[in-house]
Ligand binder design. Structure first.
Ligand code: NAD
Ligand code: MG
Length: 384
């Protein structure tokens, strides 16, 4: 029996790579649900190729076009944001690949967990916003949350077979992004297109900017806290520009396990879809003779202040990471539209963090309210 996969965010970088994995393994996986925000042409092409049970186009203006294009198929077409939740609550799939970007991924993922469906989690913002509630629900429902983020997949793989052995710390590797070694006098003039060019990974626009500001690594520290039930002091970051070691776990005896490979998201995606099995593939292999040097250095948190803001939020907890995430989404969106400069991203986040009221143990509703308030405030700063 093949595993029926619901790909939330099928038109994105993660979603399209997941479909490549499914296409290469038709006996093991089928695409049961595909969802897209606005890219109806790609969604239609994917539906014609993969013949899913259901597609969702969030942008309701595109509904009729998708419906007409799939009129001669059995694909059911839904539209609108609430359809994402509705479809996540259905029984027709076995595993959700959470590949939506940003806060928009939170509600459908919670709904899938409520529905008892395992999650392959790419959408790190879900855990940054409400990691305590999300992981508690997974525990209650006894469903696994399998990381897709390469660093977390690495840690997950290093922990296999370790049972109750205690983790001393985890070491998240960071490539350093396109501006590694640069200083504020350079960053102040950075433009959108330059910031979008990542040296090792090809990704969606938002995570590419987060990688350039190092916010991505801060979000990943918070993601790791919840995925692996760690204290903030147990989470470290080291810059490793070659992106061959994807992350490491140091145990109580000082022994360190690392997971390695070429930087290719298809590997952690395939691992999460096939878990607990490993399945063969034709991806290029890492050759130690070709890359003979792996290097490591401290992250420059003085220059890349988004990372220090995220570390503060990790330690402060409560609704602070939710504020950080919301302000970052607004600021990155504005930067991508050339409305603010690269260093202004940090400014917007910092001012929003100082503005929104702290809540130590937020309910889900309070997280939603915090997100809305932080977004509105951050947006008001940009309009000035
Ligand atoms: P992307 O921008 O390429 O794709 C995002 C997908 O989400 C698209 O299918 C889009 O239609 C959908 N989407 C966007 N806004 C939406 C909304 N408001 N409502 C519903 N759907 C919406 O992003 P990506 O690079 O594929 O990243 C997806 C997630 O995976 C992010 O959380 C990112 O941090 C994480 N991630 C990505 C990579 C990578 O290599 N791309 C690596 C690790 C983690
Ligand atoms: Mg990552």
């Amino acid at each position: 029996m093949s595993k029926r996969i619901a790909i939330f965010g099928s038109t994105g970088s993660i979603g399209t790579q997941a479909l490549e994995v499914i296409a290469a393994n038709p006996d093991k996986f089928s695409a049961e649900i595909l969802t897209a925000h606005t890219n109806e042409d790609l969604l239609i092409a994917q539906a014609l190729k993969f013949n899913p049970n259901i597609v969702v186009i969030v942008d309701e203006k595109k509904y009729q076009k998708v419906k007409d294009a799939l009129a001669n198929t059995h694909v059911k077409v839904f539209a609108g944001e609430t359809s994402l939740d509705e479809v996540a609550g259905m029984d027709c799939y076995d595993l959700m690949l959470a590949g939506i970007v940003g806060y928009a991924g939170l509600k459908p993922t919670l709904r899938a967990l409520d529905n008892g469906k395992p999650i392959a989690l790419a959408n790190k913002e879900t855990l940054v916003v409400a990691g305590d509630i999300v992981m508690q629900k997974a525990l209650e429902k006894k469903v696994p949350v399998i990381p897709v983020d390469s660093e977390h997949s690495a840690i997950f793989q290093c922990l296999i077979g370790e049972g109750r052995n205690k983790i001393e710390k985890i070491i998240l590797t960071a490539s350093g992004g396109p501006f590694l070694g640069k200083k504020p006098n350079f960053l102040v003039n950075v433009k959108r297109d330059h910031a979008l060019q990542h040296p090792n990974w090809s990704m969606g626009a938002k995570i590419s900017i987060d990688s350039a500001t190092l916010m991505n690594k801060g979000l990943e520290m918070i993601e790791a806290r919840w995925l692996f039930n760690l204290q903030p002091e147990q989470i470290q970051v080291v810059v490793h520009p070659q992106s061959i070691i994807h992350s490491m776990v140091q145990f109580e005896d000082g022994s360190i396990k690392a997971q390695m490979g070429l930087p290719d998201m298809k590997l952690p995606i395939q691992y999460a879809l096939a878990f607990p099995q490993r399945i063969p593939n034709q991806f290029p292999r890492f050759d130690f003779k070709k890359i003979s040097t792996l290097t490591f250095e401290e992250p420059d948190t003085k220059t890349f202040r988004n990372l220090s803001l995220a570390i503060d939020a990790l330690y402060k907890g409560g609704n602070t990471p939710c504020v950080l995430n919301a302000a970052n989404e607004i600021a990155v969106f504005a930067f991508l539209r050339n409305r603010i400069g690269f260093l202004d991203i940090t400014e917007v986040i910092e001012r929003t963090l100082n503005k929104v009221q702290y809540i130590a143990n937020p309910t889900l509703e309070e997280y939603f309210d915090t997100d809305g308030e932080a977004r509105n405030y951050a947006a008001s700063l940009i309009q000035m």
